[in-house]
Design a protein around this ligand. Structure first.
Ligand code: SF4
Length: 407
């Protein structure tokens, strides 16, 4: 199925349009680390430093109440509060527990409410472990790989290693999960062309990690160059190393998002344009420490566009009014419109032109193939080849994607 010019009638401001509202709540807008690739502090958007360092309990109460009213009005049944920073564990654990309590009071009885937190792990205390256990908060820990790979970018403000503290946090959480399964951490790793991902996979498995997510470094299409093209191909090969290491272990309990999503296309084929009455599975909204909400900040690499969007104070806008802003329809339209230059590519189904932030260029907006186009082509061609080599019917692969090495 081609996604070219697939417009959607979906409107987030209409009732029953959203299944789950994911609030990425910036409870701490500072960080004890200074990762050089960080989109939040090192990509030209300095606004976080103008907001309160930590969200107050009053702001959190007001946000919880605002969400309860908004989700009731829009018929949203599920709310996922994802605590982020900066580094959210810069907040005291007792304060965090009170904030979770506020969300439970306002949302817990009427909505399917769940919590998660994304942390660098270096500030994990017994108090935090207790708070996470009490509110059944799913934990994601950021770790880029083994020591040398992790410490390439993830240093503190004095350029000191953070590896041991991060590894220790993962090991303690895994140990806690023996008696409290909700404590089992997942990991997030930013991809790098220099890393051996077969070794990274085996390392994370020795720590006991079962849920892994790998992120492309933040770049826009304006960053495209011959060097980035080489880097993109190496990253594609790194993802293939991961895929093959995962296949080799053959453990269905290990979940890696890009593999799960890629394989879904072999099982059923999938465009995900929404029908006119279908709910969107997950709608992201960022909530900040000052009581404002904004679009998904993973779009910061599209900075020229992103910085013009602005935010919405919850004191003056209902959730419905926020979702009535044209930018949400604009994002939805861009996500469902294949970049013109992608027409005819074999991989439009699983790739869809890539993530929006990697498609953005000042001159042409989102109408560009991902700066990681070469990553996707390397990855999908390699997955096809590996599957066929492992007995998957070659005719089915060809029927869906054309010749295997059509990249
Ligand atoms: S692989 Fe490249 S050309 Fe193909 S859909 Fe993705 S970004 Fe577009």
């Amino acid at each position: 199925m081609s996604l070219a010019n697939t417009s959607t009638a979906w409107d987030p401001a209409e009732p029953d349009a959203i299944q789950c509202l994911q609030i990425v709540y910036k409870i701490a807008e500072r960080c004890n680390l200074n990762c050089s690739y960080c989109y939040y502090y090192n990509m030209g958007d300095d606004t976080a430093l103008t907001r309160p360092a930590r969200a107050s309990l009053d702001t959190s109460e007001a946000l919880a109440q605002w969400l309860a009213e908004g989700c009731r009005e829009l018929g949203i049944p599920q709310v996922h509060i994802a605590f982020h920073g900066g580094e959210p564990m810069l907040m005291r654990a007792s304060e965090f527990a009170r904030i979770c309590g506020a969300f439970e009071r306002h949302l817990g009885a009427k909505f399917d409410l769940r919590f998660s937190i994304q942390t660098n792990g270096t500030l994990l205390t017994e108090g935090w472990i207790e708070a996470l256990r009490q509110y059944r908060v799913s934990v994601g820990v950021s770790i880029d790989g083994m020591r040398a790979d992790h410490d390439r970018y993830r240093l503190d403000h004095q350029n000191r290693s953070t590896f041991e503290a991060t590894e220790d946090a993962i090991e303690r959480l895994v140990a806690e999960s023996a008696t409290s399964p909700s404590m089992m951490p997942g990991t997030i790793s930013v991809l790098d062309q220099q890393i051996d991902y077969a070794m990274t996979y085996r390392y994370l498995r020795t720590l006991g990690v079962r849920t892994m997510h790998f992120l492309l470094p933040d770049r826009s299409a304006d960053d495209a160059s011959a060097l980035v093209e080489v880097e993109a191909e190496r990253i594609g090969n790194g993802l293939l190393q991961l895929f093959r290491a995962w296949l080799e272990e053959d453990n269905p309990d290990v979940d890696i998002r890009f593999i799960r999503e890629a394989l879904a296309h072999f099982e059923m084929g999938a465009g995900d344009a929404l029908g006119p009455t279908e709910r969107k599975k997950n709608q992201v909204l960022v909530a900040r420490s000052d009581g404002s909400v904004a679009i998904d900040d993973s779009l910061i690499p599209a900075l020229d566009w992103y910085s013009g969007v602005g935010d919405f104070p919850i004191t003056t806008h209902s959730l419905r009014e926020v979702f009535s802003a044209p930018v949400f329809a604009q994002i939805e339209e861009a996500e469902h419109t294949l970049p013109e230059a992608c027409a005819g590519c074999a991989w439009t189904e699983p790739c869809r032109g890539g993530d929006l932030e990697n498609r953005f260029a000042r001159a042409t907006g989102f109408n560009n193939p991902s700066v990681y186009c070469r990553t996707y082509k390397t990855l999908y061609a390699g997955i096809c080849e590996t599957l066929v080599n492992n007995g998957y019917p070659a005719n089915q692969v060809k029927a869906r994607f054309g010749e295997l090495l059509h990249a």
